[in-house]
Write a protein that binds this ligand. Structure first.
Ligand SMILES: [Zn+2]
Length: 354
């Protein structure tokens, strides 16, 4: 067993790496703020024996244990962030488990609910053009996630704006930053350290997956870009992300990420411009885009699922801004959705994403 030494970012503020069984990421950082007897854990890590051991070891090295945890914030409803939430509540029944209301409303509480949502999701991917041969592998990958199914049961529902006081030292404000999930939370210390916990919302070199899904079908990319702009004005010092490394200069990173999505929107539009077809499915656009993870053929089923849902978030953004129209064909299980570009609506590039 590896020893997990927490890294003391500032006096009383620790970064704890927790292993996760995903090749692409390897670990997630959870953060612990302590002042005297008071403490706040930000995220919990994955639900596994190794993850629990890593967290327990790190806590014991600073004189704590799961049963002494007071407040736990789950930044968003992804398994590497909430995985151990219920185990912690079991050990510390009086602790507060804090989540944003929009993510809390999405919790799949039973195996049935999980399976129902997977059916909705797989149907949605099929409607948007994913061939059934690929859907089979995606269904398999989704099913594997069921073995990590430990839904959190928050007992404190946040709306954003709440302040979590930890002893006399820390005053973390919860900031609602929808996009990566609909109820994503960041935390900003108002007590003077200027520490900003960015979670998956802002990472130093990679960008979080922004997905349109059957249950987040408004404008996730538009929400995400607005959320980035909403934190741009904060006077931020160290940025504590959930992956990669601690960094500073949040503003620069926001500018880079906004530019990245504007380029992706333009790349999507160029695929329509080059195509001889009247309309394209999201799947056809997705396989034409460039992906960091490589060519479509080299992607795992899980990566393809994420890539198609991210493409859909971009197409939805363009649709909501009058650049594309949605074309529906067929009915029920034969339904297909594709998109056509509105030619005379194509203004200069810069108008795509303000
Ligand atoms: Zn995430």
């Amino acid at each position: 067993m590896k020893t997990t030494e927490p890294v003391e970012i500032l006096p009383g503020l620790y970064q704890i790496p927790i292993p996760i069984p995903l090749e692409s990421l390897r670990s997630v950082f959870v953060y612990l703020a302590v002042d005297g007897k008071h403490n706040l854990l930000i995220d919990t890590g994955w639900s596994s024996k190794e993850a629990r051991e890593a967290l327990e070891q790190a806590l014991s090295s600073v004189g704590l244990s799961l049963s002494k945890l007071e407040n736990v914030v789950v930044s968003h409803l992804h398994p590497d962030h909430f995985g151990l939430a219920e185990e912690i509540r079991h050990e510390a029944p009086n602790s507060r488990l804090i989540m944003h209301e929009a993510d809390a409303a999405w919790i799949l509480n039973t195996r049935n609910e999980f399976e129902q949502f997977m059916r909705e999701l797989h149907n949605f991917l099929g409607v948007h053009g994913m061939p059934s041969s690929e859907l089979v592998a995606v269904k398999d990958a989704s099913l594997k996630m069921l073995s990590f199914f430990r839904p959190p049961k928050p007992n404190f529902i946040a709306k954003g704006g709440e302040i979590l006081q930890v002893g006399k030292k820390w005053r973390f404000q919860l900031i609602h930053t929808p996009g990566h999930t609909i109820g994503n939370l960041c935390l900003y210390d108002l007590s003077g350290s200027k520490v900003f916990f960015s979670g998956d919302h802002v990472l130093p070199t990679i960008t979080p997956n922004i997905s349109l899904s059957p249950r987040y079908n408004g404008d996730p990319l538009g929400d995400y870009m607005d959320s980035l702009k909403s934190i741009e004005k904060l006077d931020v010092g160290p940025v504590l992300p959930s992956h990669e490394y601690v960094f500073s200069n949040l503003k620069n990173r926001i500018v880079e990420i906004l530019a990245h999505h504007r380029e992706r929107l333009e790349e999507a539009v160029s695929i329509f411009d080059k195509s001889s077809e009247d309309s394209l499915s999201a799947y056809q656009v997705a396989i034409g885009l460039h992906w960091m993870s490589g060519s479509w053929d080299s992607m795992s089923a899980w990566e393809r699922r994420a890539a198609l849902m991210e493409t859909l978030a971009h197409l939805q953004y363009l649709k909501n801004r009058g650049k594309l129209i949605e074309v529906q064909e067929g009915q029920k299980d034969k339904q297909r959705i594709s998109y056509s570009i509105i030619k005379n609506g194509s203004k200069e590039k810069s108008s795509l994403a303000k």
